[in-house]
Write a protein that binds this ligand. Sequence first.
Ligand SMILES: *[C@@H]1O[C@H](CO)[C@@H](O)[C@H](O)[C@H]1NC(C)=O
Ligand SMILES: *[C@@H]1O[C@H](CO)[C@@H](O)[C@H](O)[C@H]1NC(C)=O
Ligand SMILES: *[C@@H]1O[C@H](CO)[C@@H](O)[C@H](O)[C@H]1NC(C)=O
Ligand SMILES: *[C@@H]1O[C@H](CO)[C@@H](O)[C@H](O)[C@H]1NC(C)=O
Ligand SMILES: [Ca+2]
Ligand SMILES: [Ca+2]
Length: 754
Amino acid sequence: MPRTMLFLMLVSYIVSCSAQPGRSMKGNSSDLQSDWIWNQLTCWESKSEPVQIGPINSMWHKKGVTKYELRGEGVGTIFKVDADNGNIGVYRPLDREKKARYNLEGLVIDIKTRKQMGPSTNFSVQVLDLNDNAPIFTKDPFNGTVPEMSDRGTSILTVSAHDPDDPTVGKHTNVTYKLLNNLENFFIEQETGLLRVKNPDLDRERKKDYHIIVQAKDMGLDPGGMSSTATVYISLTDINDNAPYFPHRQYNYSVSEAARIGATIGRVKAEDLDEGENAKILYTVVSPNSLFRIKTDPRTQEGLITIKEPLDFEKQRLHRLEVEAENPTLVKGRKYKTKTVLIFEVLDVDEPPLFSRDHYTFRVSENLPADTSVGTVLAKDPDQTKNKIGYSLRDGVNHFKIGKDNGIITTRMKLDREAIAWHNITVEAHEVGKSNSTSIAQVTIKVLDKNDNAPTLAENYNPHVCEDDVAGTVIQVISAVDLDETTPTVRFHFSIAVKDSNFSVKDNGNNTANITIKQAGFDQNEVSKFLVPIIISDNGHPSLSSNDTLEINVCSCDRERKPINCRHFAPLTSGVTVTVLLIVFLCIIIAIVLAVLIVHQKMQKKNAFVGLVKPPGEIREQLVRYDEEGGGEMDTNSFDITVLNSLRTNGPRLAKAVNCPPVYAQVRKPNNDMGTVVKMKKDEADGDRDGLPYDTLHVYGYEGADSVADSLSTLDVSSIDSEQDYDFLNDWGPRFHMLAELYGSDPCREISDY
Ligand SMILES: *[C@@H]1O[C@H](CO)[C@@H](O)[C@H](O)[C@H]1NC(C)=O
Ligand SMILES: *[C@@H]1O[C@H](CO)[C@@H](O)[C@H](O)[C@H]1NC(C)=O
Ligand SMILES: *[C@@H]1O[C@H](CO)[C@@H](O)[C@H](O)[C@H]1NC(C)=O
Ligand SMILES: *[C@@H]1O[C@H](CO)[C@@H](O)[C@H](O)[C@H]1NC(C)=O
Ligand SMILES: [Ca+2]
Ligand SMILES: [Ca+2]
């Protein structure tokens, strides 16, 4: 038995594909029952032709009766077993890097019964490594940066490669690195793959990008082995190692003198070989007291030159400007400045004429004859050509003209200060022979006053004297106005034109005067009005004066000198006040109301208002008053006059008067007691200027016998007999004209009837 085993082992060694003795000779006798005998089975990868890797043997095998069979991965394709002797063959190339070990099962099968004989055995086939893989770089390409001018040995980056072969076998995965180009600038540590700078003078401004090929090889430093390459891109980063410089010593510019303040009039550029932050440039003007400014255009790093003050060709034609440029950051640890000169040539621009002043103010007296000189304006051509200047007026040509060549403004007519006190005109200057270059100036001409207007009364005075005024009473304070300029020194003097025994004019010395009564005892029945001529003069040189006449009415007055009755009243002239108009208006309203009342009553049937009289609660107060009418027609005997007298002495409280001109003046007076009463009431009414025209009904209320109009009470009116009863309205004056027309008959016929 041991002899057989030794033999089998020898056979196994011979048929193994292993070329390395001792590796596969490991005996396996773990199977205590010794049912199976086999050696460790191994196979080299990548064998292209079939190989036998060794037998498996079982006690149960009987030649011709049983056969060997395999189960497991790759059985039938990769692995096949000889049915008689148990030899295992490999029929396909293996790849250790894909699968390093195959697990298989060996069996013994009875050929006839196809039954398994004895136990099976598990065994494995191990794939042996060959160096069939080159190292693989982890990246391709590698990118790295390093500042320019870096010292020798400055590390840039580490490349690395991985070898998939079996690291336990030889130097199959022992990778080393080397550079295939750029050996003068860079080197690589062969074991670690760390790439470093070799040349310390790498200059970004000369060459920025480097393209390096790096090789990775296995088998260590031994010759041979497998290799691969990768690319490394190295980019140099900038350091500030270049100072800016101006390509030229001098730059020339032309600039119009019309250039606006703040406008860019030129650009200058200092070059800097660096980039980004290191190429930023700061410009400064170094010429003293310059009217130029320079600043950096952040986009282009150019210097933009602007002006602080306007350029003037006529003043200075050339400007020299020294400019410095520098990096704001240090250049290789130091400050460097560079300088250049900019020359600006100012170009002439045709400028419009320039007035000696923006605004002229002249003074001229009014009333001077035409062609009086007012003043002179002056304009000049600011350009070198010094063109002749022509003048014209833009407005004010009605009153003024201007000398085309000399700018002298003269009047075209007499000026009237009282019409236009200020003339604001515009003068235009243009260069002769050119239409497009004009400029203007404002001219204000003040017209000086002359005393050419006499003073007049300030208003239409309407004074009156009262019959019981005493001597010395001031009946009116008058003042005056003057169209001429009224300065504080202007004085008006008042005097009476014809010496008068009744009135005097006393000048108060403050541009007013008092009209005073000299002697008392006026009676309007004697003289109803006075005309007092007054002279008003001013203190101009020469003095001017005017004649005015004051109309003074004589009136009977109450205790406060309020006129009650004046024979003469100022006619309604232009001096009619609003109050008077209002009163007239009220009178008309009353008349209309009255008319409406009458018409209304006329339309009532008699029996309709008979009923009205009796139930007093339903009658308005006005109607009750009508009911109080006095004795009525022919009832004079029973009429008590004292009642009326008491009413009279109780004052104007009841005597509400129409504040109208003497409308009752023409009423024909009945010649009995009632006539007296009515006259009295009428006088009261006439005299009471403040009263409202409420008295009408009162008068009606006391109408007595022989009334021409009969009772005016509307309660008594019948539509038949009232036809002719309103003729007296014609006599009531113009205020009742409308009523008279409505209800009266022809006044002339009526008068002839009396
Ligand atoms: C590396 O650099 C190359 C060339 O400069 C470029 O095409 C590539 O995109 C870069 N790769 C990376 C990962 O930056
Ligand atoms: C003219 O100018 C004067 C002074 O500037 C001014 O007081 C006056 O109101 C002006 N008159 C007119 C009509 O513009
Ligand atoms: C003028 O009249 C006013 C009152 O109306 C009086 O105060 C003044 O003293 C009078 N002037 C003279 C000079 O009498
Ligand atoms: C002054 O008034 C009286 C009446 O009061 C009159 O007779 C006389 O003519 C008047 N004198 C003058 C100058 O009007
Ligand atoms: Ca640089
Ligand atoms: Ca720089």
